[in-house]
Design a protein around this ligand. Sequence first.
Ligand code: NAP
Length: 359
Amino acid sequence: MADSRIPVAVLGATGAVGQTFIRLLNGHPWFRVAEVAASERSAGKSYRDAATTWLEGIIPNEVAGLTVLPCDTGSVKSLLVFSALDAAAAQDVEPAFAKAGRFVLSNAKNFRMEPDVPLVIPEVNASHLGLIETQRKNRGWSGAVVTNANCAATCAAVALAPLHEAFGVRQVFAATMQAVSGAGYPGVPSLDILGNVIPYIGGEESKIESEMQKMLGIFSGNAIVPAPFVVSSHANRVAVENGHTVVMSIGFEQKPTVEQAIAAVRAWRGAEEVRGLPSAPAVPLQYFDEPNRPQPRRDAMIGKGMTTSVGRIREDSILHIKLVAMSHNTIRGAAGGSILNAEVLVSRGIVPRPGGSNA
Ligand code: NAP
């Protein structure tokens, strides 16, 4: 029987996020990995031979024998392109694909804060995908670039979404404890991180301090009006494999009680149009009553890595409320988030299915 799934490409397929794409797309009901691409170091090799640092499980058969392509629009033909490129490569490659009519789901930092580029966590702000029209007009592109946020900002933004909707966030103090997989492969040398905390991640704090306001902002029809709050952040690398933890103190326009804040988090299900999509978790935000949760090792894989966990909502003596949030950085904060964004593009009919059906 003919395969009716949409053929997709993964750019940067050999890296930590690229490999996560390959794992998550294995057996996906709508998408089939047809092409993999990476740097000139890998191009021309089989994926099996190029992905020498394969991190988890075994390389799916469907992909292992594919030849790694260079990241150019002549070599890679797929309409839907997942990009796990590092920022230096993404700068020219991603716009070139969008110009050539492709839909690029980007994990890189380069275009996230451009006013006509959607920065999307679909349960939080699927409406921002409306910016695609403005982007295409502004740039004369027949394709588009849709971005995901920084992985720590994603974790924090999902946790803040119900609280912002209900009580109006005004100030956030955020300190992160970020997993080593967030630095890609090979990332931080083992002798630097084992038994240690590194209180610096280059460029991370400014992303955490700016991206959440865009994501929690309002789509006005052709622009995003950022949410009116300030964020101060400290970013730390810790000896955890997967799962970023963010502890936050939050000030609100209307101060909630602890019980009201917990109720808002528990009740939140995110945008209705996302529910039931193949990668959407049944519960996007889970609240723990246990005082020692969430924990990365125990909770990062809830909802197949797509659920954000929150715990310890309590009074804060400087701002109003404080809490702990945690989510899987390479799944919810990168590849899984991109795949869910692509599923929304398909369910909205922005990316056509083969044969034209968007059922
Ligand atoms: P990584 O492990 O270093 O992988 C980088 C990938 O980019 C590799 O496939 C590499 O191919 C490819 N590449 C490098 N230079 C290239 C070039 N000049 N042309 C074409 N391909 C090139 O990095 P990562 O952690 O997967 O991160 C990928 C992107 O996702 C980055 O922009 C990062 O900021 C973002 N991100 C990462 C996370 C996370 O938790 N790790 C979360 C959110 C966002 P070769 O193998 O051939 O060198």
